[in-house]
Ligand binder design. Structure first.
Ligand SMILES: C[S@@+](CC[C@H](N)C(=O)[O-])C[C@H]1O[C@@H](n2cnc3c(N)ncnc32)[C@H](O)[C@@H]1O
Length: 183
């Protein structure tokens, strides 16, 4: 059986893995182990978290990015990151599909017959969370999880989303991530 430590060896060979990244990937690996259907990641960057999701899961992982954004800390995501993602994921995953597109536009034409069991939001871009939620939540299956990263930064809208949704989608803590699980 593949363990997170096996996965971490590969992650360490590709990325600088500080404790925060290790904790993030461990949570993703463990939640992917529990997923009972397809997994979708919003925000690929260079593929680190997609590797953790793939190694934890027996299901297909779709990871979406257009590599043309500026994050809340003014970091630039560009074609160089896309090339890194393509190499990293091709060599180190078994069932990851990269979708090159803008997250809202991809949601509008999403046509997979299986609903999503785990949706991981990790765009790092201000003010996009609620819009992405409104477009993607209908594609999540009953019992599925919407998982959000960087929730400690108020600019990403987690507190607004949580206060809007907790009556219907209970919030759960997976330090350093947060999630809403569908009833
Ligand atoms: C923080 S990085 C993702 C990190 C990655 N999940 C990991 O842990 O390795 C955010 C990524 O989201 C992408 N992104 C942000 N907004 C987007 C949008 N509206 N459509 C497509 N990609 C987007 C950026 O291009 C960037 O590569």
């Amino acid at each position: 059986m593949i363990t997170f430590n096996d996965c971490l060896i590969t992650l360490k060979s590709l990325f600088r893995m500080n404790q925060h990244r290790i904790d993030k990937c461990r949570v993703l690996f463990e939640l992917a182990q529990q997923a009972n259907g397809i997994i979708v990641e919003l925000g690929t960057f260079r593929g680190m978290s997609a590797i953790a999701l793939d190694w934890g899961s027996n299901h297909t992982v779709y990871t979406i990015d257009n590599w043309d954004n500026i994050g809340w800390a003014k970091e630039v995501y560009n074609i160089y990151d896309r090339e890194m993602a393509e190499v990293n994921l091709k060599s180190n995953t078994s069932d990851v599909h990269i979708i090159n597109g803008e997250i809202s536009e991809v949601a509008k034409v999403w046509d997979k017959s299986d609903k999503i069991s785990l949706l991981f939001w990790d765009t790092g871009v201000e003010n996009s969370l609620i819009e992405h939620w409104s477009l993607w939540s209908k594609h999540i299956k009953k019992g599925g999880l919407f998982l959000v990263h960087d929730t400690e930064d108020y600019r990403l809208g987690w507190n607004d989303l949580k206060s809007m949704m907790t009556d219907k989608w209970p919030a759960e803590e997976y330090p350093p991530l947060h999630g809403l699980r569908r009833l």
